[in-house]
Design a protein around this ligand. Structure first.
Ligand code: CA
Length: 220
């Protein structure tokens, strides 16, 4: 999963990044509104954490521009402002959730996961695909009730496919969401990673749809 953190205070941005990375996210930071608008417009994120008071362009305007351009990833506003009218304004501009500063990092992570579950149409953090059980919160996987030991990257790949179940996900998209912008673009690395994952969880669960990408789906 890939997150954009829009925050002009470096310490706060670093704290949020560390908390997200600790639970397996790839994180980009945008330190001002213009950068945020651009990144959200051209990059593909699973979620954005958005501060409102920003240099160059305020957070609410960034959000309105994203939504006007059909950038529909979930957005959590995290702001030191925050009487109820501002929360309403944020939600009306297209935010999915709103947290006042200061906040507990554990609550932010819980809300991030909740929004990702909803975006994937799920009611809980676990999903069963045939004999496979994936727990996004515990970052654990079982095959026929037996724990499977996956590397962090293997888990992130499986978790991303599970959040996009039955959809063919291109290797380039996987690289973006697993490695972030700086290292993406190597589809050979993704192919090798998928190969390792297939050996661990069963090749039949992850299909290759030639020309489209990889699909995790319920067995027929
Ligand atoms: Ca700020």
């Amino acid at each position: 999963m890939r997150a954009l953190v829009v925050e002009d205070e470096p310490d706060v941005a670093d704290d949020i990044r560390a908390a997200l990375q600790a639970v397996g996210f790839v994180v980009d930071i945008a330190p001002d509104g213009r950068d945020a608008w651009f990144s959200g417009d051209v990059e593909d994120y699973d979620i954005a954490i958005l501060d409102l008071g920003l240099p160059h362009l305020d957070g609410l305007s960034v959000l309105k521009r994203w939504r006007a351009a059909d950038r529909l990833f979930p957005v959590i506003i995290v702001s030191a402002r925050g009487d109820w009218t501002e929360r309403v304004e944020g939600i009306n501009a297209g935010a999915d959730d709103y947290m006042g500063k200061p906040f507990e990092m554990g609550e932010l992570i819980a809300r991030v996961r909740g929004l990702l579950r909803r975006a994937a149409g799920r009611g809980s953090s676990t999903v069963a695909i045939g004999p496979l059980r994936i727990d996004s919160q515990r970052m654990s996987v079982e095959l026929n009730g037996v724990p499977v030991r996956l590397s962090p990257l293997e888990f992130r790949l499986l978790d991303y496919l599970a959040h996009n179940i039955a959809r063919a996900v291109p290797a380039t998209e996987l690289a973006d969401h697993l490695y972030g912008t700086a290292d993406s673009g190597d589809s050979n690395a993704i192919e090798a990673l998928v190969g390792r994952l297939r050996r661990k969880v069963g090749a039949e669960l992850i299909a290759t749809r030639r020309g489209f990408g990889y699909v995790l789906d319920q067995p027929a």
